[in-house]
Design a protein around this ligand. Structure first.
Ligand code: KG4
Ligand code: ZN
Length: 344
């Protein structure tokens, strides 16, 4: 694709077929991240400054505090990304940043940093949809290409996407209430686990019996999901122990079984409907051991399955740089604004 440099409007070839170095910034929630990626698949540096410790005290992300921490971290994180890659800003072809969805005060920090660098060095600027960024985590160190079904599961979103090509993506279904990661974090909190509890719950589930408790799957038509009923069922279950010692591992395992089987059922349905032979998983919850196991079991049915390496599942900037290279739908104008909710 031809893009224009931000200051003088010089034409630059970016994306498939071109030889590009892209620097990206991710700051949509509680990670300040910067990465430099070559041709969408080769990571030269990937720096992530996490704010988890700060927000754990409050049991969730406090947007104003997060935005202030991004401001403090952004310059050192960018400098470290250049140092690790041994690259100078002049060598970069495009500066990318997450435009949304996310926390607007946080997004503003990263997006403005990317715009500023594109202006100073007179290079292209590319504003990225965070969700497409997560999908692109699958392109790193692989040769996978659309078409495929993508199961996107993060702290803020849960979707099944038909990725027909890098310019044509259809949302087949999504959650009508809680996102999967949100459900994990809320259930973890019910059992007294520290925020964000998803990864801890996953660990405890491995020690428990997934059949110990029968929990209700959200009954929603088509490719949509619902997790709030399940969360309430776990709350009731926890209360039923009335202060007695909780069989915490069994509750975690039963919850994980219910969530993972719901998700995989709909992935299978989407594969059947489209006839695709490829499926990928993306987002922070793609780090989940049981969801990964059930996804990879689809290989027995002749499906090529891909999951990003763990460090490219949770928020990072390498996936954003990869997205800037491959995906054609982006927000490349100096006037591009941040957005908090999904843009269609
Ligand atoms: O993609 P991400 O870093 O941020 C968003 O864009 O939302 O996802 C963070 C979410 C959190 O809810 C966290 O608890 C969850 O991913 N998570 C997990 C695991 N690792 C991270 N959930 C379940 N099992 C895991 N192993
Ligand atoms: Zn994310």
């Amino acid at each position: 694709m031809i893009k224009k440099s931000l200051f003088t409007g010089k034409e630059v070839q970016i994306g498939e077929g071109a030889d590009n170095l892209i620097m990206a910034i991710e700051s949509s929630c509680d990670e300040t991240a910067c990465a430099i990626v070559k041709n969408g698949r080769e990571v030269l540096s990937n720096v992530v400054a996490s704010q988890i410790k700060t927000h754990a005290k409050y049991g969730g992300v406090i947007p104003e505090i997060a935005a202030r921490e991004h401001l403090e971290s952004i310059n050192p994180v960018i400098m470290e990304a250049f140092e690790q890659a041994n690259i100078k800003p002049e060598q970069i072809d495009a500066f990318a940043g997450t435009a949304g969805p996310g926390l607007v005060g946080c997004l503003l920090v990263g997006l403005n940093a990317a715009k500023t660098m594109a202006l100073i060095y007179d290079k292209a600027f590319i504003g990225i949809n965070h969700l497409y960024g997560h999908i692109s985590g699958n392109y790193i160190n692989t040769d996978i290409e659309p078409p495929f079904i993508a199961l996107l599961v993060s702290g803020g979103h849960t979707q099944i996407l038909n990725v027909k090509s890098n310019s044509d993506i259809e949302i087949m279904g999504e959650t009508i209430d809680d996102a999967v990661g949100e459900a994990y974090d809320k259930v973890a909190r019910l059992m007294g686990l520290a925020y964000p509890g998803g990864a801890t719950l996953d660990k405890l589930a491995k020690e428990g019996n997934p059949k110990a408790f029968k929990l209700p799957e959200g009954k929603v038509d088509g490719y949509n999901f619902s997790f709030s009923g399940l969360k309430t069922a776990v709350l009731r279950l926890v209360k039923s122990f009335d202060g007695k010692e909780l069989p915490i591992n069994d509750i975690c395992a039963s919850f994980q079984e219910c969530v993972s089987s719901t998700l995989i059922k709909k992935v299978k349905l989407a594969l059947k409907e489209t006839g695709y032979k490829q499926a990928v998983i993306a987002g922070g919850v793609a780090a989940n051991s049981e969801i990964r196991r059930k996804m990879f079991a689809l290989e027995n049915d002749g499906i090529r399955v891909n999951a990003p390496e763990m460090k490219y599942c949770t928020d990072n900037a390498a996936m954003v740089a990869s997205c800037a290279y491959f995906f054609t739908k982006s927000y490349d104008d100096i006037e591009a604004e941040v957005f908090s909710r999904i843009k269609r």
